[in-house]
Ligand binder design. Structure first.
Ligand code: UDP
Length: 240
């Protein structure tokens, strides 16, 4: 839909892979700076932003466990720590881009960053600060998609923007299926009935139950976060 609908408060979910350098190094300073500039411009335009970052550019717990020498909760702890590293990198880049940002971690590590608590997070958002939510949900066996939906519901966000490499939800995999069409709009029930992959199952179930709008869009192009939220870039909006 082409109608510009300004969102007042949004949670942006970034995959860890969004930070990775083309040569495979976990972090590209240039990509990070571009993303931070986009997020800063969106915040300056008046949208309150909370950000959840994954850790997939460093570690994914489930994948690590497949090697057989480490148990899942320990590997997931490492994954949560990876999200803290990404969060600190983004906080630094956001502050350099001129917007006040603070990292709050679901896993308590007071000498490194503040521990997440809902009331202070709401207060920072009201003040226009960007809140970077680290450590996922703080529990093993979950993903940062679930953390994103959980925090969005808790912090009364009007939408979760799942920023990926694809510009929306398609009827089939657009890479292998040239006839695949991108949906502009779906309900949660339609996405489930058509077996469309919006985010992981646990996360999407929570979004549906919370009646939370999920926007899927690509952060491949410059300034995409701002463009997607202002209706100037393609996306799929999943809403009740
Ligand atoms: N993780 C976890 N609990 C959470 C969120 C994340 O244990 O609530 C761990 C899990 O091992 C996961 C890793 O952190 O694989 C990185 O998160 P995710 O896979 O969601 O990152 P992304 O794919 O978005 O980069």
């Amino acid at each position: 839909c082409s109608v510009t609908r300004p969102y007042r408060r949004v949670l942006v979910k970034l995959s860890g892979e969004a930070f990775a350098a083309p040569d495979g190094y976990w972090l590209s300073a240039q990509i990070l700076a571009e993303l931070a500039a986009d997020i800063a411009a969106t915040a300056e335009a008046g949208t309150q932003l909370a950000i959840v970052i994954g850790g997939g550019n460093i570690i994914r717990g489930a994948r690590m466990t497949q090697a057989g020498w480490i148990d899942r909760p320990t590997a997931d702890s490492m994954g949560m720590l990876a999200t803290v590293m990404n969060s600190l990198a983004l906080e630094t880049a956001l502050n350099a881009a001129g917007v006040s940002a603070r990292t709050m971690s679901a896993v308590s590590m007071p000498s490194i960053c503040e521990t997440y608590a809902r009331q202070p997070a709401l207060h920072y958002l009201d003040r226009g600060q960007v809140v970077v939510l680290a450590g996922g949900t703080g529990n093993p066996f979950f993903t940062t998609d679930t953390a994103a939906v959980l925090r969005a519901a808790e912090l009364r966000c009007q939408a979760v923007l799942k920023a990926t490499q694809v510009d929306g939800v398609y009827s089939a995999d657009p890479k292998s299926n040239p006839g695949a069409v991108r949906y502009d709009r779906l309900t949660h029930d339609e996405a489930i009935q058509r077996d469309l992959k919006v985010m992981d199952t646990a996360a999407f179930a929570l979004a549906r139950e919370s009646r939370l709008t999920v926007i899927v869009g690509s952060v491949h192009a410059p300034s995409s976060v701002r463009a997607i939220l202002q209706g100037g870039a393609p996306s799929t909006v999943v809403a009740p």
